[in-house]
Design a protein around this ligand. Structure first.
Ligand code: PGA
Length: 246
């Protein structure tokens, strides 16, 4: 794992965006895995800036997002589809026909939807670069801490820690946060050719210590990334604050 500690989120976003921009310019039809949440937002801004300057076109990329809330319409302001439209796709020349998402279906349709998504990733030849945040509990996508690593997409019951971190977005519009989500499995993430993880802020310090210095265990789902051959972790000083001397 390559660990890069930078001054702040802005510096991280410049380097993380550069990895994606270079990849797209090398292979315009790249298959890219994107993430939602606060962590990738600055990186998306840098990609949009490059697009606006004519340095990169997203027209031919195929995208897959990590996860989506269950039983939530994609036009809901808190859906992750909406988030990506708002924070990246709608501000670039992304071809929406090449945008792939787990649909926020009801529980009874989740199994078929997960299978469809797994097959679609395979059909596209796998993901060239997957962008990740990390939960304060060590989750990646919505792979919550548990007894086993999940291989393929599945319906997950969100933990209290995830609900505590994300409910503010739902409270802001007076709605309740769904208790379930559909997510890529850890296996889907690990099958990506390259992985870029971003973490900022002191609230991530414990998860980052477990990711980098702890054992590989499903109690910290991100810890499995140690077994991948091409992972770059971008940290700010706060999220790196519990790491031993490097
Ligand atoms: P955040 O979420 O970027 O909003 O902190 C990260 C995650 O939960 O994976």
């Amino acid at each position: 794992m390559k660990v890069i500690i930078l001054e702040n989120a802005y510096e991280i976003s410049k380097q993380a965006a550069e990895i994606f921009i270079k990849q797209i310019n090398k292979k315009p039809g790249s298959v890219l895995g994107f993430a939602t949440g606060a962590s990738p937002v600055e990186t998306y801004k840098r990609i949009i800036e490059s697009y606006e300057k004519g340095e990169v076109s997203l027209k031919h990329i195929t995208t897959f997002n990590l996860d989506e809330y269950a039983d939530l319409d994609r036009e809901n302001v808190n859906s992750y589809y909406y988030f990506m439209k708002d924070n990246l796709f709608g501000k670039t020349d992304v071809d929406f026909n090449k945008v792939n998402f787990l649909a926020g279906v009801k529980h009874e349709d989740a199994e078929a939807e997960c299978k469809r998504y797994y097959e679609k990733i395979k059909e596209e030849g796998g993901i060239d670069i997957q962008l990740l945040g990390i939960g304060t509990n060590g989750h990646i996508g919505f792979n919550e801490p548990g007894e086993e690593f999940m291989d393929t997409p599945f319906l997950v019951k969100l933990t209290q820690s995830t609900i505590d971190s994300n409910k503010k977005y739902f409270e802001a519009v007076g709605t309740e946060m769904p208790g379930y989500a559909l997510t890529m499995g850890v296996g889907d993430i690990m099958r990506s050719k390259k992985i870029v993880l971003i973490a900022t802020g002191a609230s991530k310090a414990k998860a980052i210590k477990e990711l980098i210095e702890g054992e590989v265990t499903p109690h910290c789902p991100a810890s499995i990334l140690k077994l991948h051959s091409d992972v770059t972790v971008f940290l700010d000083k706060e999220s790196a604050s519990l790491l031993g001397d490097r």
